[in-house]
Design a protein around this ligand. Structure first.
Ligand code: PMV
Length: 298
């Protein structure tokens, strides 16, 4: 069975596209996939009941992404790949990258190819590039490797260690968004007002560096404050929605140590940092439908 996990970016999304570091965690929810030799190449996606043939020029991005992945295996039989997706799409949890990693992992297993998870992440970039032109690589890397890590484009992933688990609660705004459009919007702002946007990136980089220290020291009160500040900077880049802001506020009022949007923004998910497991369960009720607890050990 192939597997690609979902991810939550704790701090640094968008800035990471432009070379700043970011911190992300891999979560247990993700995508599983099975591959089998078949009469023709086919990709099936549940729970959406989708069946797609690969086509490098197809209208549907999934067709192009499947074709890009199959092209990585020059001598192979025809393959049918069945995936089970347990992540919301267009929600900032790295759903597309998780499908790509799971598909590659399943094909590798069927063809008897052994690959390190880090190399699986690199291969999955071919899939991710179809969905948005300029991926930082954080989604496919965290999906394949997991854990808690500091990621910077072009550098080796740095795993962070701590003796205190992170009690995260992920909430879904119910609004879907396009990573491609949100990344393009930040790039447009960078072009038209480089001083303002570079200042925002510099601010995010300082928060990420401090968050690394806070995670390693197990100082979740400090980490929570850094999350709130990162949320404010992302708002200034017009990436938050009223719903996401309201959910973050509700979580803070209900006792979260910090809360922020995660991923591309413009909708999708936010998360809150809870002090303990029981409070995480309570915050999940506050955040309502579609929310879930993710406990992550660093
Ligand atoms: O919304 P998601 O899960 O695709 O996360 C995107 C993260 C960005 O930093 C906005 C883009 C990227 O490639 O790093």
């Amino acid at each position: 069975m192939g597997f690609g996990r979902g991810k939550v970016i704790l701090l640094g999304e968008h800035a990471v596209v432009h070379g700043c570091p970011a911190i992300a965690v891999g979560i247990e929810r993700g995508v599983t996939a099975d591959a089998a030799v078949a009469e023709r190449d086919l990709l099936r996606l549940s729970p959406w009941n989708l069946e797609l043939e690969p086509d490098p020029k197809g209208d549907e991005p999934l067709q192009r992404a499947f074709a890009a992945v199959l092209a990585l295996y020059p001598a192979r039989p025809s393959l049918e790949v069945k995936t089970q997706v347990d992540l919301p799409a267009g929600a900032g949890l790295g759903c597309s990258a998780a499908i790509g990693v799971a598909v590659l992992d399943a094909i590798d297993q069927t063809l008897g190819i052994e690959r390190l998870r880090a190399d699986l992440a690199t291969a999955a970039l071919a899939w991710e590039k179809v969905f948005h032109g300029n991926p930082s690589g954080i989604d496919n890397t965290m999906s394949a490797v997991g854990g808690v890590a500091l990621y910077r484009r072009g550098d080796a992933l740095r795993t962070l260690r701590s003796n205190k688990p992170l009690h995260l609660v992920v909430g879904h705004s119910g609004e879907s968004s396009s990573t491609k459009e949100m990344v393009a919007s930040v790039s447009r702002q960078l072009q038209s007002d480089p001083a303002r946007v570079n200042k925002a990136f510099e601010g995010i980089e300082v928060l990420v560096r401090n968050a690394k220290l806070a995670i390693e020291a197990g100082d979740h009160v400090a980490l929570g404050q850094l999350l709130d500040l990162n949320h404010t900077i992302l708002s200034s880049l017009m990436l938050c929605t009223t719903k996401l802001d309201d959910m973050c506020q509700a979580a803070r009022r209900a006792g979260a140590l910090g809360a922020k949007m995660t991923g591309a923004g413009g909708g999708g998910c936010m998360f809150a940092l809870a002090p303990e497991h029981d409070e995480a369960l309570r915050l999940r009720d506050v955040l309502g439908e579609g929310s879930f607890v993710a406990e992550v050990s660093a």
